[in-house]
Write a protein that binds this ligand. Structure first.
Ligand SMILES: C[S@@+](CC[C@H](N)C(=O)[O-])C[C@H]1O[C@@H](n2cnc3c(N)ncnc32)[C@H](O)[C@@H]1O
Length: 266
């Protein structure tokens, strides 16, 4: 029992550095025991990579994207590999289907998901519009269903985001300020093929859905973070209200924060 407790403590300590590092830190029989521990906790579990990656080597960019997805954010994203795969596979699907339009994200923080969008935008000759205050939540949005939320995500900068995105930053437009006040004519004229809405709160998410959805190509994909997390009530409320009005439906993902995805079919 004591041995198991020690192993559990070691696993938890290593998890703080990220799931991949934690798994790599164990060997042989110890590794098997750790796997059982993961399976027995309600917080983390081991998962396979897609066959398309392991058996068919279809995503050689995965290693680079994993590095960018976890940069300055290892404790949160290191164990959220299903979210990274869902972005990679769905963006590649949209590109493979020839869906036209630029990419965008509302809610960038340190650029971990923006870097994934930028990688494929650069490769396919598209632009990425990255909307954020780059200073955290706008206090005026902390009202109504979000009145109990505190200022958050101020610990970033455009320079940090550029660094996380790396060599693919050339196609990115960093739009600094409070959305929707930062929308320009250029953004209004654009059409969009892939849009990530990850701003947590009701007011900006409602505005983001109303702005981007009508400008998305048929077949375009909307990545909606936090829908079923049960933490960000405002995100769920904004998405539910919008879907009822637009006659759309979401598909839920079993990732850490309960992403929902929607592909525009009309
Ligand atoms: C959870 S973080 C985004 C994380 C990022 N998508 C990722 O996965 O790496 C939420 C971001 O939304 C931004 N945000 C929230 N409300 C906003 C608003 N009204 N205008 C611009 N940015 C906003 C915050 O500044 C914060 O950086």
């Amino acid at each position: 029992m004591r041995q198991v407790k020690n192993l559990y403590a070691k696993a938890k300590a290593m998890l703080k550095k990220g799931l991949l590092q934690a798994v790599m830190g164990f060997a042989g029989a110890e590794c098997l025991k750790v796997r059982q521990l993961y399976l027995s906790t309600n917080q983390v579990y081991l998962a396979y990579h897609p066959d398309s990656h392991c058996d068919f080597a279809s995503h050689p960019e995965f290693g680079e994207l994993l590095g960018r997805f976890t940069a300055h954010n290892l404790s949160n994203n290191g164990g959220d590999i299903p979210r990274l795969w869902s972005l990679i596979l769905n963006i590649k699907q949209v590109l493979g289907e020839g869906i036209e339009g630029d990419f965008a994200e509302l809610g960038v923080w340190r650029g971990n998901t923006a870097a994934v969008l930028a990688y494929y935008a650069q490769a396919s000759g598209r632009r990425v519009f990255l909307f954020d205050t780059y200073e955290g939540f706008n206090e005026e949005d902390l009202v109504g269903v979000d009145a109990n939320k505190k200022p958050w995500f101020g610990d970033t900068s455009v320079a940090m985001v550029k660094d996380v995105i790396g060599g693919n930053d050339g196609c990115c437009h960093h739009v600094k300020g409070c959305f929707p006040g930062t929308i320009t004519e250029e953004h209004q004229r654009s059409t969009y093929a892939a849009v990530s809405l990850d701003c947590d709160l009701y007011e900006p998410l409602k505005a983001g859905l109303e702005f981007f959805y009508p400008r998305m190509s048929k077949g375009g994909v909307l990545f909606l973070h936090d829908y079923s997390s049960l933490y960000w009530d405002g995100a769920k409320k904004a998405i539910d209200e919008f879907c009822r009005k637009a006659g759309e439906f979401v598909i839920l993902l079993p990732d850490k924060s309960g992403s929902a995805f929607l592909r525009k079919t009309k």
